[in-house]
Design a protein around this ligand. Structure first.
Ligand SMILES: NC(=O)c1ccc[n+]([C@@H]2O[C@H](COP(=O)([O-])OP(=O)(O)OC[C@H]3O[C@@H](n4cnc5c(N)ncnc54)[C@H](OP(=O)(O)O)[C@@H]3O)[C@@H](O)[C@H]2O)c1
Length: 480
């Protein structure tokens, strides 16, 4: 086991997956200093860390920081850490190997979990991180992970949401959170580790929910954290959906609405499934994550109130697309917290192949079904320019008049968006902006700051809020 002293502040597990690669790149761009990178295939980890593949552990220079050529650590085998002081560390770790996972987490300040599928990993990495005294950020991790961690005694931190300036960007209806009281600290100075790492960029996206918690101040605080999880921060759902899919509507609700009544969300495009994302998608179909064809109406869930639509023109989507309505647990929470009377949410498939594959999935076991999704989504994207788009149209009232606004966010793929949110969450945690306990990213990140960060993000090809005076135009052609 390594001591915390000298270990990188951030460990990234699943570093060479689609989200992991982008997280690593973004963390480097944010100036985090050396990272600890982990995955099952050491050659792939080494390639990412820049440690090469031929030599003994730690013998190669890494690229993540200013290598000083000192302090080679670890021995051969799973969990062994390859590093030079000031450089990225490469670690072979299979998360099913408890000892290797514990060694991977040891000494780091925040473990960012990009390994998947989340539906199978559940709280395995979170528990190892907490046991090592580290904070934890999960690009996935929804209700099932939350329930397990809660059952294990980790306090939920949702009541700690607040904005120290007293005017968050959440807009109307967001007054259900924000009651920390006068002990609440200002942004960015109290938390563990703040100031002991060169993390200049995304940390400002935190909502500033630092409390005095159970930690000491400054970087020495991490040594005093309980290995039972006390004093630790867990941020789940720090990805595109769930995650950004709640943050962007929260931001929009703050754009000149006195009251919000109705939200229509269209989310999708031409996006390939990775193996882990496909397995999670398949797992989500069998319950818990969302209610297919449901809408939120009259402040409650109405099952089977909608229907799939084929060949429709949706505002801001190119050509005709297919829309599949559902209400996720996250959308329901959003509806409750912002006070919407109506929410209609649809996945958008720009193409026929993936949709057709989805219709066949129920006959297949999970691994075969996921493989089919990966294959067909790649086929669908072949010869086309993939894109992923989120369109939120919000209706409400301002100064006694009806208002409608639309937020459009577009990127080359959804994995970049997930990585962006995960890095913003890691930054907020590192800066001590998140109170100890269990949170969803959408509850602790400042929606306005996330929007601003995405405006400067090269992976985001469109991001804007547009006034929308005419009703959404949909030309319906048929029903699935
Ligand atoms: N919130 C969101 O919107 C969102 C969006 C995208 C993805 N996600 C989630 O993020 C996670 C990663 O997605 P992804 O698209 O990056 O998937 P991916 O490209 O398939 O990568 C998954 C990664 O997990 C690693 N992994 C799998 N089993 C492992 C094990 N036993 N030990 C160590 N590493 C292991 C894989 O390594 P090997 O290749 O060696 O197996 C790979 O590096 C998934 O749970 C996915 O659902 C969430």
């Amino acid at each position: 086991m390594r001591a915390g002293r000298g270990a990188p502040a951030i460990a990234v597990l699943g570093c060479y997956g689609a989200v992991g690669r982008s997280v690593v790149r973004r963390l480097r761009e944010a100036g985090t200093g050396p990272l600890r990178l982990g995955g099952r295939d050491l050659d792939r980890v080494r390639a990412l860390a820049g440690t090469g593949s031929g030599g003994p552990a730690g013998a190669e220079a890494a690229t993540g920081g200013a290598a000083t050529g000192e302090a080679v650590t670890g021995t051969a085998g799973a969990g062994a850490v390859e590093a030079r002081a000031g450089a990225d560390e490469a670690v072979a770790v299979d998360l099913r190997d408890a000892a290797a996972l514990a060694a991977f987490c040891e000494g780091c300040h925040v473990v960012v979990n990009c390994a998947g599928p989340s539906s199978r990993i559940l709280d395995t990495v979170a528990r190892a991180a907490l046991a090592a005294g580290a904070h934890y950020v999960d690009v996935a991790g929804d209700a099932a992970v939350r329930d397990r961690l809660t059952a294990a005694g980790l306090p939920t931190g949702s009541a700690a949401r607040r904005d120290p300036a007293g005017h968050g960007s959440d807009g109307p209806g967001s007054g259900d959170h924000g009651s920390d009281g006068p002990e609440s600290a200002g942004r960015g100075s109290d938390g563990p580790g703040s100031g002991d790492h060169g993390f200049d960029g995304p940390g400002s996206a935190g909502r500033g929910s630092t409390g005095h918690g159970s930690e000491g101040r400054g970087s020495r605080g991490r040594g005093r954290a309980g290995r039972d999880g006390s004093g630790r921060v867990v941020v789940l759902s720090a990805g595109m959906m769930p995650g950004l899919s709640a943050l962007l509507p929260r931001h929009l609700a703050g754009q000149g609405f006195d009251r919000v009544d109705r939200l229509t969300a269209h989310v999708g495009g031409v996006d390939r499934f990775t193996p882990a994302a496909a397995l999670d998608y398949v797992a989500s179909l069998s319950g818990g994550y969302a209610t297919p064809l449901a809408v939120w109406r009259g402040h409650q869930v109405i099952p089977r109130a909608s229907r799939p639509r084929r060949g429709v023109e949706l505002p801001h989507f190119p050509g005709r697309v297919n829309a599949y309505p559902y209400l996720s647990a996250e959308a329901e929470r959003l509806a409750r917290s912002l006070g919407f009377a109506e929410v209609e949410w649809s996945s958008v498939f720009d193409g026929e192949l993936t949709l057709a594959a989805l219709a066949r999935l129920h006959d297949l076991d999970a691994d075969t079904a996921a493989g089919e999704l990966v294959r067909t989504s790649r086929l669908e994207a072949f010869g086309r320019t993939p894109y992923f788009q989120m369109v939120f149209r919000m209706e409400g009232e301002a100064a006694g008049r009806p208002v409608a606004r639309t937020l459009v966010a577009r990127a080359a793929d959804s994995y970049e968006l997930s990585a962006a949110v995960a890095v913003l969450a890691a930054g907020a945690v590192l800066r001590g902006l998140v109170r100890p306990g269990l949170h969803d990213a959408a509850d602790v990140l400042d929606a306005g700051a996330v929007f601003q960060a995405l405006l400067d993000d090269p992976a985001v090809t469109r991001l804007e809020v547009v006034d929308d005076v005419s009703p959404a135009v949909e030309v319906e052609e048929g029903v699935l």
